[in-house]
Write a protein that binds this ligand. Structure first.
Ligand code: NAP
Length: 253
């Protein structure tokens, strides 16, 4: 039997950027399991996206997809407006879309710097601004930004990525202060190293060295991050805002 405990997000609509694969996909599946209708955003309607939408539909979840580039201001405004028209006001926004164009400072091209900041940080600002209007009207909402442990501790060779993810922490705290009085909570989840396509390039030896720095002795799974997002989206987290929740196996404390 479905209860408020098994489906705490029933009646809510979640919008997950970069939701077609990896951590975003796990977040879509978890929020859907808890009863939310899910709108998946990504750049393209890939095979992975089709598979996700089919499996959500097969489990009776109201789900759809709106494709746009989060770093394109006009596309974000149009895409979020389309999602609201089709699926109703967005109650939960998860800013998950992200890229990493890794290089050391002196090798970092300005173009790669701007691209990374534009997707990871500016894209989250565009999406938050577009969703906040209806959240303010409804006097409730959840915004969850996917930052990174690298935003907190830095990492040689990830110049633009670490700056973008640190920026997300600042954005999170300011939005939490601005929107709290309107019943909207804003938090960040900062994953450590999680097994997805983004980290697939880590070589055997490099991966082993990384694991040595992690007290829990393994890389994380996308589902570990999804669990943290689901908690912050749930009624249980009603009094939590402006926080950065690390999901990193203890590699940064
Ligand atoms: P992923 O497997 O590369 O997935 C990211 C998704 O975002 C992809 O589907 C990608 O689409 C989409 N995307 C990229 N640029 C976009 C844009 N401009 N507009 C809309 N969608 C866009 O990465 P992930 O590992 O799941 O990471 C998800 C988030 O967690 C990112 O913000 C990442 O920085 C963060 N994170 C990941 C780790 C980790 O260890 N994996 C650790 C800390 C933080 P395409 O594939 O078509 O480009």
């Amino acid at each position: 039997m479905e209860t408020a405990q098994t489906k705490p997000l029933a009646g809510k609509t979640a919008f997950v950027t970069g939701g077609a694969q990896g951590i975003g996909e796990a977040i879509c599946r978890k929020l859907a399991l808890l009863g939310a209708a899910v709108v998946v955003n990504d750049l393209r309607r890939t095979d992975a996206a089709e598979k996700l939408l089919d499996s959500l539909a097969a489990s009776g979840v109201k789900a759809g997809m709106v494709c746009f580039d989060v770093s394109n201001e006009e596309a974000v405004e149009a895409g979020i407006a389309e999602a609201i028209k089709e699926y109703g006001p967005i109650d939960i926004l998860v800013n998950n879309a992200g890229i990493s164009l890794d290089s050391l400072l002196i090798r970092t091209k300005a173009d790669d710097w701007h691209k990374t900041l534009n997707v990871n940080l500016t894209g989250s600002f565009y999406c938050a601004r577009a969703c906040a209007k209806s959240m303010i009207k409804a006097r409730c909402g959840r915004i969850i930004n996917i930052s990174s442990v690298i935003g907190a501790m830095g990492n040689a060779g990830q110049v633009s990525y670490s700056a973008s993810k640190a920026g997300l922490m600042g954005l999170t705290k300011t939005l939490a202060r601005e929107l709290g009085s309107r019943g909207i909570t804003v938090n960040a989840v900062a994953p450590g190293f999680i097994k997805t396509q983004m980290t697939a390039a880590l070589s055997g030896e490099h991966a082993e060295k990384l694991v040595e720095q992690i007290p829990l002795n393994c890389l994380g799974e996308a589902e570990d991050v999804a669990e943290a997002v689901a908690f912050l989206a749930s009624p249980a987290a009603r009094y939590i805002t402006g926080q950065v929740l690390g999901v990193n196996g203890g590699m940064y404390m």
